[in-house]
Design a protein around this ligand. Sequence first.
Ligand code: DP6
Length: 401
Amino acid sequence: MPIYQATTSAPVNIACIKYWGKRDTKLILPTNSSLSVTLDQDHLRATTTSRADPSFEKDTLWLNGKEEVIADGGRLATCIREMKYLRSQLEQQKPDAPKLSTFPVHICSFNNFPTAAGLASSAAGFAALVASLAALYELPATPSELSRIARQGSGSACRSLFGGFVAWEMGSAPDGSDSLAIEIAPREHWPDIHALICVVSDDKKGTSSTSGMQRTVETSPLLQHRIGTVVPARMKAISDAIRARDFDTFASLTMQDSNQFHAVCLDTDPPIFYMNDVSRAIIAVITEYNRIALETTGKRKAAYTYDAGPNAVIYTPKENVREIVELIVRYFPQAEKFKDPFSLFGVAGVGEGKLPEGFNERVAKKFDVGAVKGLIHTRVGDGPRKLGDDEALLAASGLPK
Ligand code: DP6
């Protein structure tokens, strides 16, 4: 009996135009379109191995070494069922194909970054799950078709089926058939976009995206203005800015949209706060950095954005990363040496650096070590990758290695 198995990895994505609100909570259909940058899997990724075998007792999934419950009718079960359905259609067309759709699957998934870092791990996770089942089942499906299924695992996951710059079109069909991801531009179009993730300390348990966004839908009048007027115009403007590689416009829209997302959270009853004092101080530093840039060149050099937590993601063209790391480290001293994947600093590491000419140092106070507990430097990346069997997470027995 041959072994039917596939391993893939999938990337994290961070939205510039935020998804916040569902019009259908079961199918995960959003109240507005959204747009994100896919980050490089060389640094952040979810890896998943799927295997189909008639001798397996039931569908089973392990996440970071721990078995997860696949609840009936839940998001995981839905994704697995939809993928098996696509396989069964293929088997009908090709009577010789083995009946993998009737076999239970073992799925083993691993994130190479700590879930506790508060990074969007579910997006990469569901994208890797769907991509690995698509490879296992040898489906001819396009990334957009797969995104429709990943969307039902976690909305933002649908955007991780593509690399580069990705839109999730909200669609209008009640069955969700036109609510899917499309590529606005591949990473090769604008490889110069780098990202610095500032992992901000946070001991309180925040409101989950899933429950927070529904509370916003139910109670925020501001959300109606956002979804009806603001986002449609921004989606078009930022797509044009990406096509034109216009960083200044891209940055301006990204920051405005992050701010408005947090404004609708504040407009929710009771209000939701995701950013903390450290998050706001990072905004102040980047705003001052851009003020100098605007004064001297008329263009912004960096864009901050925040999801449902206090971490900052700063997008910037590669040439500015060194300057921004020096600034962040000055205000938020680091316990550990900066991991320098692009070798910007050499053996000496990050020094104090000179403040940019005219920079008002008093825009933020200097925080204690640990306020920003880590910095991750990455860049725009590619879509899901098929990996070889040497990288499989399941052993010959069909259990996690
Ligand atoms: C703030 O995709 O995690 O990161 O669909 O309920 O799983 P569910 O929510 P999720 O929400 C992400 C919200 C966000 C913005 C974004 O990624 O667009």
